[in-house]
Design a protein around this ligand. Structure first.
Ligand code: PMV
Length: 326
């Protein structure tokens, strides 16, 4: 009744922003991501008929009420799927600063899905695990797999075809993602809230959904061809288009702060001076820079010269979620 798993976070090169079904957490667009070796969550789960309720310990302390509720809802889903009534004790820890705004929900829900299913002795296909993880967090569906991963939005109303699959192994293309931890100035809008506001009020939203298909197709060709410049250019373009769509919501959703803007300009300066570097940004101020392995040390150093940059973490393509022996 007990199991432990490790999952790695991921960064979307072609983003998911918008939901076609909120209850089942079905994305309105497909997405393509890179699983990151350096950012990981380890989660152990124990189910017991003796537990009266679920208990969630995050990085050594009882999780805040909101997280507790989100995890319990997810465990309810696993209980329904596996026909179990038992409650669980969950211990989860991240090897990166949890409060730094580096999406821990992707690695968190992927590790939780794998550990909980193994603890209940349920063996299912990875594609099904991905569909389950999706209901914890859309990006978690991708962290089930390693390397370069595609999330299919699917077309079935019940979400039975809304799942991720691996496009290429981590070894397919050696590149780095330099992640900056930039001080946050205000509480950011959560991704679900931001997506709903964008869907409801941004006049650019239909164009974002429509053009996403072209971006996905182009990114798949660029990845297959190992065309780094094209991969970088498409990632930066798709990220700016996502933010432009969210900025045009009412009220506008602004995830960037002065440090974010300084890092974006710096990346473009570095690129103009001949070093291949491209940025991408999610629902927060952190700037993530895609570059070839040999360019990473210089880029790290340059980014650290920005006063708002508190920390820099460099990641390479990483493996999918897997069980750990205790
Ligand atoms: O999975 P969520 O609900 O954290 O949403 C992810 C949204 C973005 O990070 C902005 C884009 C993506 O595809 O990861």
């Amino acid at each position: 009744m007990q199991a432990k798993a490790r999952a790695h976070s991921n960064i979307a090169l072609i983003k998911y922003w918008g939901k076609r079904d909120r209850r089942l957490n079905l994305p309105a667009t497909g997405s393509i991501s890179l699983t990151l070796d350096a950012l990981q969550t380890e989660t152990s789960v124990e189910f017991s008929p003796e537990y009266q309720e679920d208990l969630i310990i995050l990085d050594g302390a009882e999780a805040p009420a909101q997280t507790q509720k989100r995890v319990t809802n997810f465990l309810d889903l696993i209980r329904v799927t596996t026909d179990t009534n038992d409650h669980a004790r969950v211990h989860s820890s991240n090897n990166f600063p949890t409060a730094a705004g580096l999406a821990s929900s992707a690695s968190g829900f992927a590790a939780l899905a794998i550990a909980a299913l193994a603890a209940l002795d349920v063996s299912i296909r990875r594609s099904e695990m991905s569909r389950i993880a999706r209901q914890g967090s859309g990006s978690a569906a991708r962290s089930i797999f390693g390397g370069f991963v595609e999330m299919e939005k699917g077309s079935q109303p019940d979400g039975s075809d809304s799942q991720a699959h691996q496009l290429h192994s981590p070894e397919h293309l050696d590149l780095r993602l330099v992640v900056t931890v930039i001080a946050e100035t205000a509480k950011e809008t959560g991704s679900t809230e931001g997506m709903i506001q964008t869907e409801r009020t941004s006049p650019f939203y239909p164009a974002w959904v429509e053009t996403s298909e072209v971006d996905l197709k182009e990114m798949k060709s660029a990845l297959a061809a190992k065309d780094f410049a094209k991969i970088g250019e498409l990632s930066e373009y798709n990220c700016l288009k996502m933010h432009a769509t969210a900025l045009a919501a009412r009220p506008g959703i602004l995830y960037w702060n002065p440090g974010t803007l300084k890092a974006m300009h710096l990346v473009r300066e570095i690129r103009d001076s001949g070093t291949p570097a491209y940025f991408t940004i999610d629902a927060g101020p952190q700037v993530k820079v895609l570059c070839p392995p040999d360019a990473a040390p210089t880029i790290e150093q340059e980014l650290q010269s920005i006063p708002e940059v508190k920390q820099v973490i460099t990641a390479a393509p990483g493996p999918g979620a897997h069980l750990l022996s205790e």
